[in-house]
Design a protein around this ligand. Structure first.
Ligand SMILES: Cc1ncc(C[n+]2csc(CCOP(=O)(O)OP(=O)(O)O)c2C)c(N)n1
Ligand code: SF4
Ligand SMILES: [Mg+2]
Length: 288
């Protein structure tokens, strides 16, 4: 008998920014008509990382900071799947930083959503890599994921959304998922997702977010110009949001196409002994 796991109601605090991400992921998957059995969500560790428990899809709870490695593995095992990795700023930019950097370079066609609340929500509000100076005694300047993403010259899709604007977030997630489903590579979307319990930034962020597409000189195909535009916005005390990079050539450059090709991938490979005996015997005799 096949049994299906039923999603449970979210355990997040009322008003948590992660609710908008949940709604936008649901809406985007429905709009793109992605069958639920073809959608896999790999969650990180943190409040945000429990998102897959609230969706009727295939979910995997990764180790802290290791969700990208596992999501890339899922994609390579079966490239026909739509794979989303989702976690927090602590998960992605602290313990997971090594995987974060390499994900841009590897360029597997997966979507990575980071719910950035500038704190470790689950462990009760300590400073994270994106925390502002002074937050919980933090003496380090905040890490800027968008500037880092833009500094890696790879054909990725890069964007930032705000939980206070779920409609735009849905449109951006749809574009990111289409990008992945066309085999064009890695899509990174950071959502500004306030933690209403330990770092309620809704009011401040609403005042500070700046849609980059409205800035003079906006061109998301021009990496250098976008870096300058975002850096200037940050230095001017603004928080840039919107699509920051979109490769113009439409190349199908996903890692899975280079390593697995158009085939269905290892999970669909016939590994029965009787199917592979001749090849195995040939291999062994070659070693003798
Ligand atoms: C290896 C390991 N180290 C530390 C922890 C403790 N821990 C659990 S969640 C978390 C950080 C959560 O912050 P974030 O990723 O920003 O997610 P949020 O709860 O804010 O959504 C930490 C440090 C852990 N679970 N595993
Ligand atoms: S502690 Fe913060 S991040 Fe966690 S569910 Fe509550 S509001 Fe959301
Ligand atoms: Mg966090």
């Amino acid at each position: 008998m096949v049994q299906s796991y039923k999603p449970v109601p979210p355990i997040w605090c009322p008003g948590c920014g992660d609710f908008s991400v949940l709604a936008a992921v649901k809406r985007a998957a429905a709009d793109l008509k992605i069958p639920t059995h073809e959608l896999v969500l790999v969650g990180g560790i943190g409040c945000s990382g429990s998102i897959h428990n609230f969706l009727e899809i295939n979910g995997l709870h990764a180790l802290h900071g290791r969700l990208l490695a596992q999501a890339v593995g899922v994609k390579l095992a079966n490239p026909s799947l739509t794979v989303v990795a989702a976690g927090g700023d602590g998960d992605g930019y602290a313990i997971g930083m090594g995987h974060f950097m390499h994900a841009f370079k590897k360029n597997a066609s997966i979507l990575y959503i980071v719910m950035n609340n500038e704190t470790y929500g689950l462990t009760k509000g300590q400073a994270s890599p994106t925390s502002q100076l002074g937050f919980e005694g933090n003496v380090e300047p905040p890490f800027h994921s968008i500037l880092t993403a833009l500094s890696i010259p790879a054909p990725n899709f890069i964007a930032r959304t705000f939980s206070g604007d779920p409609k735009t977030m849905t449109a951006i997630l749809e574009e990111a998922l289409r990008f992945n489903r066309e085999g064009r590579g890695f899509a990174f979307v950071e959502d500004l997702s306030p933690c209403v319990t330990y770092n309620d930034t809704y009011k401040l962020w609403r005042e500070k977010v700046t849609d980059v597409s409205k800035l003079p000189g906006y061109d998301p195909t021009d990496r250098k110009a976008m870096f300058r535009l975002c850096l200037e916005a940050i230095e001017g005390g603004r928080i840039p949001i919107g699509v920051m990079h979109r490769p113009k050539d439409g190349a199908r450059d996903g890692l899975e196409l280079k390593l697995v090709g158009e085939k269905l991938g290892p999970v669909r490979t016939d590994i029965r002994i009787e199917s592979n005996l001749a090849a195995y015997q040939k291999l062994i005799s070659g070693l003798a």
